[in-house]
Design a binder for this molecule. Structure first.
Ligand SMILES: Nc1ncnc2c1ncn2[C@@H]1O[C@H](COP(=O)(O)OP(=O)(O)O)[C@@H](O)[C@H]1O
Ligand SMILES: [Mg+2]
Length: 249
C-alpha cells in the first residue's frame, strides 16, 4: 500500500514543471510534498490518480504502474484513493449529506439506507454530526474542509490525497485539520499524501517530507532530517528566509 513517485517529467508547452521528481509514501505513512506556489504540487498529485499523464516517469500505487493503467483500471484505482481537493470543491447546491454521499452513489448495488448510514458515520468521524442538512455556504471554512475530507473517506479508501488542506484557514482551524489527518491515518490505516506550503502543518503531519523545487526533489527525508539540513533552499522554506535562495544553484 505504498505510493512511489518515480522520476516524473511533465511540461506544458515550454513550461517544464516536473523534471524528474521522485518521492515515496510507505504503507500507513503520510508523505508531505512541500513547495512554493506554482512549483508543481497539484500537477504531481494529479499524476497519482492518472488525471494527468507524465511525459516520462511513473507513479506506482500498490505495486501497479498508473501510466500502464487502462481507463477501467484508473476508475478502479480512484476508488481506492480519496482525493481532498483544494478549496474543498463541494457542490454549492447540494447539502453536506448529498456531497458526502456522491462517491457511494456511484457504487452499484448500494442502497439508500446504506448510503445514509455511511454518510452519518463519516460526518461523525470529522466531527460534523448533525450538520448534514446544511448547504456548503452555511459552513465555516474549516467545516467545509472537513466535509471535503468526509467525502473522500466515504468509499473507504486505502489512500488519501490532500491538496493544501490548511491553506486559507486560521491557525486554530489548521491545527484541527492536522489533528484530523493524523487521526484518520491511525484509525483508518490509510497511506497519505499531503501537499502544502504550510511548514508548521507539514511538521505536524509528515512521516516523510519531499521538497519540490525546480521540478525535482531538492530534499526527501524525515522531518528530523529536514530540521537539521544545511541545504539553503530547504532552510529558506523551513525558516521562512527567502534571502537564502539568492545565488543558489
Ligand atoms: N493543465 C495545465 N495546463 C497548463 N499549465 C498547467 C496546467 N496545470 C498546471 N499548469 C502549470 O504548472 C505549474 C504548476 O502548477 P501547480 O501544480 O498547480 O502548482 P502548485 O504547486 O501551486 O500546486 C504552473 O505554472 C501552472 O500554471
Ligand atoms: Mg496547487
Amino acid at each position: 500500500m505504498s505510493i512511489q513517485i518515480q522520476g516524473l517529467h511533465k511540461a506544458f508547452g515550454a513550461n517544464e514543471v516536473l523534471r524528474g521528481f521522485s518521492a515515496e509514501a510507505a504503507e500507513g505513512e503520510t508523505l508531505c510534498i512541500l513547495g512554493g506556489s506554482g512549483s508543481g504540487k497539484s500537477v504531481t498529485i494529479k499524476h497519482v490518480v492518472g488525471l494527468l499523464r507524465p511525459d516520462r516517469g511513473d507513479v506506482v500505487v500498490d505495486g501497479e504502474s498508473v501510466v500502464g493503467m487502462s481507463q477501467e483500471e484508473l476508475y478502479e484505482l480512484r476508488r481506492k484513493v480519496g482525493y481532498v481537493f483544494q478549496f474543498a470543491a463541494l457542490f454549492d447546491s447540494m447539502t453536506v449529506t448529498e456531497n458526502v454521499g456522491l462517491g457511494l452513489r456511484r457504487i452499484r448495488g448500494t442502497t439508500e439506507d446504506e448510503i445514509r448510514q455511511r454518510v452519518e458515520e463519516c460526518l461523525a468521524m470529522v466531527e460534523l454530526e448533525g450538520l448534514g442538512d446544511r448547504l456548503p455556504s452555511e459552513l465555516s471554512g474549516g467545516q467545509r474542509k472537513r466535509a471535503g475530507i468526509a467525502r473522500a473517506i466515504a468509499t473507504q479508501p486505502s489512500y488519501i490525497l490532500y491538496d493544501e488542506p490548511t491553506t486559507g484557514l486560521d491557525p486554530i482551524t489548521r491545527a484541527v485539520i492536522d489533528r484530523l489527518i493524523n487521526r484518520l491515518k491511525k484509525e483508518l490505516g490509510v497511506t497519505g499524501l499531503v501537499i502544502t506550503h504550510d511548514m508548521e502543518s507539514a511538521f505536524r503531519v509528515a512521516d516523510r517530507m519531499a521538497m519540490l523545487y525546480e521540478g525535482t526533489a531538492r530534499f526527501f527525508g524525515t522531518p528530523d532530517e529536514a530540521r537539521s539540513t544545511d541545504d539553503p533552499v530547504v532552510r529558506a522554506f523551513i525558516d521562512g528566509r527567502p534571502e537564502l535562495l539568492e545565488g543558489v544553484t
